[in-house]
Design a protein around this ligand. Structure first.
Ligand SMILES: *Cc1c(COP(=O)(O)O)cnc(C)c1O
Length: 430
């Protein structure tokens, strides 16, 4: 039995000063029972809590740590940047360099604006789409999460579903009425919505591979179908690659599925662990952004030199590593195969979804292709599974509705540990 005394004490104290004791709801263990661990440090495949326990980390800061924690190249770049001051509030060379690199990796991005989070990126992208098209409505998909901007907290995935609040209080009726929702992976539903709101829809926004209802893949032709609807109707396609960008490929899901966005949103991996987001797209659209155009968007710390240094180091490293995405997919495949073998041996029939280094074990025996199907999972079983995995030293996202993120720091030893821990955790369910 591992001790968690110091984490417990910190959590009790934290609850006095911080809502729920955490600075982001997904960090709480509310959905799985138990209290969150407080982390002291992390390196490579491992996180270490304040009680000295080590965990193989399958969250990796919710995606950013694609090379594992405290990557030497990223840390070195940050250390090198620090003496030149932490912020200028004026342009610097690293902002030009990262913009050039992003436009090189994403063919659909001709110009890009840096911001400080994925939320800021999607909020800015939707404002831009509205300003550019002169239309007010947008379509999003049930279970897709696009950060905590007001317009997106309608049928939102991720922490919002985990906390049972897919529609948040505080979002006005006026804002909510401009957000239309459709089930994921259903083109007919989108066509119906578009027809009922002719010339009123500014944008369709989606996760090209959903990660915030667990990992859910797009049906073949789905992304192309959305692209066609947008082209026919003068609607902008916003592909939210905050999670998938630089994770599925250096050029994101757009590279993997050969689809082009009008506006792309980025975050997570782009900052190497620092708070960074970005939105970019066609030149003509991006030139609507202030100060070139009329759509206002700004940021005191946007393009921060330390964040840019971390992001550049990570992006340059993943761009240079021609085998990275094969390696990541191969590691994740081994984890999936091991878990499937365990399921079979134990006579269990739960579903897995995987693409590249994103993976979810769903506690349902049906396929999961949309939010309705994800919601059919047995969350009590997930909670039990999660807690045994933690006891066995494997740190999973504390929610059924989150993808596991596999990092390149995982070696054979860690992969074997994950598979054998999952055997115990699955056996423990009955
Ligand atoms: C994480 C995420 C966001 C929000 O990013 P933050 O940096 O947490 O604000 C937006 N969209 C998607 C697809 C995400 O996974």
């Amino acid at each position: 039995m591992i001790t968690k005394d110091k984490s417990q004490a910190l959590f009790e104290e934290a609850q006095n000063y911080i809502p729920g004791g955490v600075n982001s709801p997904v960090r709480a263990f509310k959905a799985v029972g138990g209290n969150p661990l407080f982390i002291k440090s992390a390196k490579g495949a491992y996180m270490y809590d304040v009680d000295g326990n080590a965990y193989v980390d399958l969250i990796n800061s919710w995606g950013p740590m694609i090379f594992g924690h405290a990557d030497d190249a990223v840390l070195e770049a940050v250390q090198k940047a620090i003496p030149a001051s932490l912020s200028f509030g004026a342009p610097g060379a690293s902002e030009v360099e990262i913009a050039a690199l992003i436009t090189d990796l994403f063919p659909s991005i001709e110009k890009v604006r840096m911001v400080n989070s994925g939320t800021e990126a999607t909020m800015s992208a939707i404002r831009l789409a509205r300003g550019y098209t002169g239309r007010e409505k947008m379509i999003k998909f049930e279970g897709c999460y696009h950060g905590h901007g007001d317009s997106f907290l309608i049928a939102a995935g991720s922490g919002a579903i985990t906390m049972g609040e897919p529609n948040s209080p505080g979002v006005t009726v006026g804002t909510a009425k401009d957000t239309l929702t459709a089930p994921y992976n259903n083109l007919e539903a989108v066509k119906t919505l578009v027809a009922a709101n002719k010339n009123e829809v500014a944008a369709i926004i989606l996760e090209p591979v959903a990660g915030n209802m667990g990992c859910v893949l797009p049906h073949e032709g789905y992304l192309q179908g959305l692209r066609e609807i947008c082209d026919q109707e003068g609607i902008l396609l916003i592909v939210d690659e905050v999670m998938t960008g630089f994770r599925l490929a250096a050029g994101g899901a757009q590279e993997v599925f050969d689809v082009r966005a009008d506006i792309t949103t980025l975050g997570k991996i782009i900052g190497g662990g620092m708070p960074v987001g970005a939105y970019g797209g066609k030149r003509e659209i991006m030139d609507y952004v202030s100060p070139q155009g009329p759509v206002y968007q700004a940021g005191t710390l946007s393009g921060n030199p330390i964040s840019m240094a971390a992001g550049l180091a990570q992006l340059n490293k993943l761009k240079a590593d021609k085998d990275l995405y094969n390696r990541l997919a191969e590691k994740t495949e081994r984890i999936e195969a091991g878990i499937k073998k365990n399921l079979k041996e134990l006579g269990l029939n739960y579903t897995t979804n995987r693409i590249g280094s994103m993976f979810t074990l769903f506690f349902t025996d049906q396929h999961v292709t949309n939010f309705e199907e994800a919601k059919a999972c047995d969350l009590t079983l997930f909670g039990k599974f999660f807690n045994t995995m933690l006891e066995e030293g494997v740190y999973l996202p504390p929610s059924q509705f989150e993808s596991w993120f596999i990092s390149d720091a995982l070696g054979d030893k860690e992969i074997d540990q994950i598979i054998s821990a999952s055997y115990k955790a699955l056996k423990n369910l009955s």
